[in-house]
Each structure stands twice: as C-alpha cells, then as structure tokens.
Design a protein around this ligand. Structure first.
Ligand code: AMP
Length: 206
C-alpha cells in the first residue's frame, strides 16, 4: 500500500514532525485517550474531525462542501483534509512536535494520499488502534450528548458502517504490511485502557 511505518523520529535535528496515527471506530474513546497522552508525553493532538468542524464553522465555501458529506456520515476527500492537517502541524511547531493524528486513516484513499502528500515530509512513528465492538460504540455515541449534528441514530449507523467496511480493512492491511499497528482494547475501564495505551506507546517509541 506504499505506507511505511518503521521510521523513528529519534533525530533531534530532524526537520520532520513525528506522527502517530490514531485509529478506532466512532465512540471508541480515541479523543479521551489522546487527551491523556498529551498530558503524559507532551504530544500535540490533532483530531481530523475537529479540524473539519473548524473549517465548517469558518463558513468557507469548502466548509459548506465538507458539511454535506459529514452530515451524511461519509468521508471527505483526503486532499482537502490533509491541507488542514499540514497547516495545523505548521502552526503547532512542525518538526519540534510529535503529533497524534486522531481519526486517520479511515480508508484506502487516506493512506494512498498521505503517502503522496505527507509521507516524505513526516516521520510516521506508528499506528495506535483502539478496538471496541459495534454495539458498545453505538451505545456510547448515543449516550455522549456532545451536541454534535452527526450523533443521531441514522448518521451513527452510517458512520459505523463506514468504519467496518472501509477503516477496518485498511488497518488490517497496514498491520499485515508493516507490523507497526499497536492495538488497545478500549472496552475496559478508562484507567485500564490508558494503562494499556501507555504500554503500547512506549513499545512503539522504544
Ligand atoms: P470524527 O469527529 O472523527 O467522528 O469525524 C467526523 C467526520 O469527519 C467523519 O464522519 C467524516 O465525515 C469526517 N472525517 C474525519 N476524519 C476523516 C478522515 N480521516 N477522512 C475522511 N473524512 C474524515
């Protein structure tokens, strides 16, 4: 698939930012874990969903296009997303930082386009994968009440299907190819999930 996961960002003089992909279904607890990781390791947290929602909130023409896709539970064009990602990285220290790219990748197009646009400019450190069953994700999404337009029954169904049909196969393929996927069972208590996350991140960075 042309995505490599083996490079470590150990060179202090590197002109490339370190990147950890954070994957998991909607409601799998990626955001919570990322907030805890930021505190422990000093990573910068970039949520792809948050970056897209900020673009929508800006009222731009591009934001209007994105909003339609997001409200239907589909995936936006990767090129549009990566422009926002690179701009946010440059605003937040670029090579001085290690970034948690939360919500990426989600499909094959994400992986291929990252390979074309950002792979050479970044050091991909690894892929952190939060696993949770569909029913628990659905219940968590319906219960979380964050006021998100896409947290309704109909859109949740589509987001879960997109996850199952597009994201899971692409993560499985990356795992087979580069063995740099670090799995965490996020069906446990928040404390235990984070404990396991730290073990996996330490192994990834080690
Ligand atoms: P999230 O907040 O992670 O649930 O993302 C909200 C929505 O943003 C998703 O349902 C997609 O429409 C869009 N989105 C987020 N991340 C990606 C991505 N990596 N590729 C394409 N679309 C994305």
């Amino acid at each position: 698939m042309g995505i490599c996961g083996g490079q470590k960002n150990t060179d202090a003089n590197s002109d490339k930012p370190g990147v950890i992909f954070v994957v998991g279904g909607p409601g799998a607890g990626k955001g919570t874990a990322c907030a805890q990781l930021v505190k422990k390791y000093g990573f910068m947290h970039l949520s792809t969903g948050d970056l897209l929602r900020a673009e929508v909130a800006s009222g731009s023409e591009k934001g209007k296009e994105l909003q339609v896709i997001m409200s239907e539970g589909g995936l936006v064009k990767t090129e549009d997303l990566l422009l926002l990602v690179e701009a946010a990285m440059r605003k937040n220290g670029w090579a001085k930082s290690k970034f948690l790219l939360d919500g990426f990748p989600r499909n094959k197009e994400n992986v291929v386009t990252y390979g074309e646009k950002l792979m050479d400019k970044t050091n991909l450190l690894g892929i952190l994968y939060f696993e949770l069953d569909q029913e628990t994700m659905r219940a968590r999404l319906l219960g979380r009440n964050e006021g998100r337009a896409d947290d309704n029954e109909e859109t949740i169904k589509k987001r879960l299907a997109t996850y199952e049909n597009e994201t899971v196969p692409v993560v499985t393929e990356m795992d087979t190819q580069n063995k740099n996927v670090w799995r965490v069972n996020s069906g446990q208590t928040m404390e235990k999930t984070f404990e396991d996350t730290v073990v996996q991140v330490d192994k990834m960075l080690g």
